[in-house]
Unconditional design. Structure first.
Lengths: 151, 750
């Protein structure tokens, strides 16, 4: 066990966990932040996507010991009132079906748009293909991302 | 049309009661119930499953709260079902608050999500619930204002009288609750709808986009422990012994034990399917600790021989032999080929197919195969349970809590009223969560651990210990005469452990000489419903075959189908044809027109078409393939649907688009194979799901416009995608593909 002071959604949160514990389970089991989802545990589905210093990473592959001072943003912290442009676009396009993968999809999309504000279809495909949606809402996700890019 | 009767039990009652705070609660119950034995039937034959409930609360300050009776797994019933109530209640949708109802089959109806039934079975009772409440409110206003009730009108939640008097529903709700519910209710004409048929956003949208704890896996209480099960390494094996000493030394671990899910002779209902009966359980404080500690278990497993399961069913209980052995996909395929040559059970026969085939100028025969499929819900199976001596509280993702409650009641020896099952939002279902064994497992673990427990399946557990879509095969034969007329049609289908044949579906009824046969091979690999059970294979095989027959006849595939449907309408062959030829033809002509089928401007596409009827709705797709980076890519799809009145058009479009994407993915990539009883795929690195870059650029969805009572959409658009993909792939590759998944077959053959 080791103690870590993690910067999560703008606050310092202290946790005492085994150093190998992936951020995913630190968030879900220790910090009551269940918005970040478990889908595969092997970085194949993207449901656990969070931002590490603003860049999308898979929380299931990031051990607590490797985070250090890097700032973590989860879906709960993407915006104060749920009004990040990506979140607004998701509502506007009524993207979700079951909704389970969508936090990860939005975190990936927000990260993409930060570095590439007007991505092409191919760039969206390339960036988003690590995020699986079993309900098949890919077309709406792309529409939502493109509508954000236009604004 | 199917002649199975819709049985609304008429012992219905409406009752009102006062809420504390002066509001009104209206509940409607139809006191019919689904017998355990009819449950399988209910999923297959939605016509028989109708027991309903609506639930309306209006507070004194005019908040309209509508409870959703049915579990939500992404089909958007939490929005669409309350829309139906709100329509007849005549309220402003903006004032409506929706909550998931509690599980209570007596008060709230069957509460199952499956068989594309939710809208269909709740349509009428929810309308009546809304209309009854509206009437009571008008009566209350009439009495208060001392005017005849006929003169009281409503608009968007406000009561009016020509004298200028008006009141909102909240003001009259208290009085309305004291009135008698009217016997005859007048429902709106579809032309007067103001909510139904107008797109409404998902009522849980804001919660979804902000990551609120909606799902079973998010559910937690103080002091909750985490449990995982170590399953046998293969189907056909069971636990012999185990050594937990290393596991118990791991941090956070509280207990390791084995337990039996069902005692010998336990009478299983149709949805009590479980993968394994002997469970080895690790219980600890956190997920990561339990995951790691489980790896330290030392367990011995042993093969089991034939075993007997006791099943309850119509006509009493029966024994089913589950064969022993460690099965492999390759040997299963051989067994299926062998069995396919043997006589099978006749399911339907019209005319004299044997003679017609003997006299045929040309016989076309093709065999189609499809593998087991894993459901792969993005939220793996999990359930919370807190079982004490006198009570059980459970929460999690489940399609039909009422189907598992009797099982739980027997196993825990608790009366049903001491069992509370909370329905969390499901991260997908696709049929998998109709089988609640993981809830029962969680309950037994909680009981043994004497603590609130969350049972979690890892992705690997979820995929390798599934309740899969069966493995199917079917051989189709068509006889043509010298003038290339179709004179006979024969299908012989089989599968492990069931065949997929729906003998009374198209093209039955359209061909003079027709024969359908089925056979099955039992297996210890567990199977269950998977989005549009059986149809998901039939539509692939049959619709590919019809395409090939049309080609041999020199006919356009749509024109050929329309000719058959014309025959089925004007001079139907045989009895019990399950489909309505007009509606079937309707989706075909709609997709033909919208896709510009055979029209110039589409030359760059390799086009394939398919249509199918299942779960009471009609679907047709045109799939357009191009070659991209040397690979076939479905770039564009046109879809036509007939599901009667479309409650929530934008969400319905989303569902159809999703079904198309799902269909393309499963047709190209979906497969679960076994070697010596063990699944060969365990996670998304080796079980391929369709991803962003493989989804079409556009999926244009069109609905046939009519005023027919609505039917479901979760399943019907899915099956014909497979057939349309296969037919477009033929145009792209110049070869027909008969074995799913097509990507594997392409790699083998190209």
């Amino acid at each position: 066990m080791a103690t870590y002071n993690l910067k999560i959604n703008g606050k310092i949160r202290q946790v005492n966990v085994d150093p190998s514990t992936p951020l995913l389970w630190v968030l879900r089991d220790h910090l009551d932040l269940p918005g970040t989802k478990y889908g595969c545990g092997v970085a194949q589905c993207g449901a656990c996507t969070v931002h590490l210093d603003g860049t999308a990473v898979r929380a299931c592959q990031l051990p607590a010991s490797a985070i250090g001072k890097q700032a973590i943003t989860t879906i709960e912290g993407l915006s104060a009132k749920g009004d990040h442009p990506v979140q607004k676009a998701w509502l506007e396009h009524d993207v979700a079906q079951c909704g389970y993968c969508q936090a990860g999809q939005m975190m990936s999309a927000a990260s993409l748009l930060k570095t590439n504000p007007k991505p092409t279809d191919e760039e969206i495909d390339a960036y988003m293909s690590g995020n699986i949606c079993r309900c098949g809402t890919y077309l709406r996700i792309k529409e939502a991302i493109k509508s954000t890019a236009k604004k | 049309m199917n002649t199975t009767k819709t049985t609304h039990n008429r012992r219905s009652f409406l009752k009102t009661s006062l809420l504390s705070g002066g509001g009104m609660m209206l509940s409607v119950s139809w006191l019919s119930s689904l017998k355990a034995a009819d449950k399988q039937q209910a999923l297959n034959l939605p016509e028989q499953s109708v027991m309903l409930n609506g639930y309306i609360q209006i507070t004194a300050d005019n908040v309209i709260k509508l409870l959703c009776p049915n579990p939500e797994f992404g089909q958007n019933v939490m929005t669409s079902l309350p829309m139906i109530v709100a329509e007849e209640l005549d309220v402003d949708w903006k004032n409506v608050v929706v909550e998931m109802g509690p599980h209570d089959n007596t008060k709230l109806g069957p509460q199952f999500t499956g068989g594309s039934n939710s809208i269909r079975m709740y349509w009428k009772p929810l309308r009546e619930a809304g209309a009854a409440a509206r009437h009571l409110l008008r009566q209350a206003a009439a009495q208060t204002w001392n005017v005849p009730v006929e003169e009281v009108t409503t608009k968007a939640g406000v009561l009016h009288h020509a004298s200028g008097k008006s009141a909102n529903y909240g003001e009259m709700a208290g009085k309305a609750a004291s009135l008698e519910v009217p016997k005859d209710l007048k429902l709106k004409a579809p032309k007067d709808f103001t909510i139904v048929r107008k797109s409404k956003k998902n009522v849980e949208g804001q919660k979804i986009i902000t990551g609120k704890p909606l799902f079973g896996l998010d559910y937690r209480v103080d002091g909750m422990l985490i449990a995982m099960i170590q399953h046998p390494p293969a189907f056909g094996m069971k636990l012999k012994s185990f050594d937990a000493s290393q596991t118990l030394k791991m941090p956070g671990i509280q207990d390791v034990f084995s337990l039996k899910l069902y005692e010998d002779g336990f009478e299983q209902g149709g949805f009590d399917t479980r993968t394994f009966n002997d469970l080895l359980v690790v219980v600890g404080k956190t997920t990561w600790e339990v995951m790691n500690a489980r790896k330290k278990l030392v367990a011995q497993w042993e093969p089991i021989g034939d075993t007997r399961d006791t099943m309850s069913g119509r006509g009493g209980k029966r024994e089913v032999v589950v064969p022993g052995g460690l099965e492999s996909t390759s040997t299963q395929l051989e067994k299926m080929q062998e069995q396919a040559q043997k006589p099978a059970q006749q399911l339907r026969k019209d005319g004299d197919p044997e003679t017609a085939f003997q006299n045929a100028a040309q016989v076309i025969e093709r065999t189609y195969n499809a593998p087991f499929l894993a459901h792969n819900c993005m939220e793996p199976m999990n359930f919370f349970a807190h079982v004490t001596a006198d009570k059980a509280i459970l929460a999690g993702p489940l399609q039909a809590p009422g189907w598992i409650e009797p099982t739980l009641s027997k196993i825990l020896n608790l009366p049903a009223d001491k069992i509370e099952i909370q329905m969390t939002r499901m991260g997908g279902g696709f049929g998998r969560r109709a089988y609640g064994h993981y809830l029962t497992e969680a309950a037994l673990i909680s009981k043994k651990a004497k603590a609130p427990v969350k049972l979690i399946y890892t992705r690997e557990d979820d995929m390798t210990y599934g309740i899969y879509r069966p493995m199917y095969t079917a051989t189709y034969r068509a006889a043509l005469d010298a003038n290339k007329n179709l004179i006979a049609f024969h299908v012989k289908g089989g599968g492990i452990p069931e065949h997929a044949i729906h003998a009374n579906r198209f093209p039955a009824g359209a061909v003079e000489n027709y024969l359908a046969e089925g056979w099955q091979i039992p297996s210890n690999i567990t199977i269950g419903a998977f989005r549009a059970p059986r149809s998901n294979f039939n539509a692939a095989a049959e619709q590919s075959f019809l395409d090939e027959v049309a080609e041999a006849m020199g006919k356009d595939p749509i024109a050929f189908r329309l000719e058959l449907l014309k025959r089925a309408k004007e001079n139907p062959v045989g009895k019990n044809n399950e489909y309505d030829p007009d509606r079937y033809a309707g989706v075909l002509t709609l997709v033909r027109d919208k896709s510009g089928w055979n029209k110039p401007g589409n030359e760059k596409y390799n086009r394939g078409v398919a249509a199918y009827f299942c779960h009471n709705s009609y679907a047709a797709h045109v799939v357009d393939i191009v070659t991209r980076d040397g690979q076939p890519y479905v770039e564009r799809v046109f879809s036509a649907m007939d599901c009667g009145i479309v409650i929530n058009p934008d969400a319905a479009t989303n569902m159809v688009q999703g079904a198309v994407v799902d269909g393309i993915g499963n047709a190209f990539y979906g497969a679960l194979t076994h070697k010596n009883g063990a699944a060969e795929q365990s996670n998304f690195h080796n079980y391929r799901l369709i991803r962003h870059n493989e989804a079409p650029k556009s999926i244009d969805v069109y609905f046939v416009e009519n005023d027919l009572d609505p039917t479901g959409l979760g399943e019907p658009p899915f099956p014909p995608v497979f057939g349309a993909v296969a037919n477009a792939l033929y145009k792209n590759k110049g070869k027909r593909f008969y074995n799913q998944p097509f990507q594997n077959e392409m790699e083998k053959r190209m």
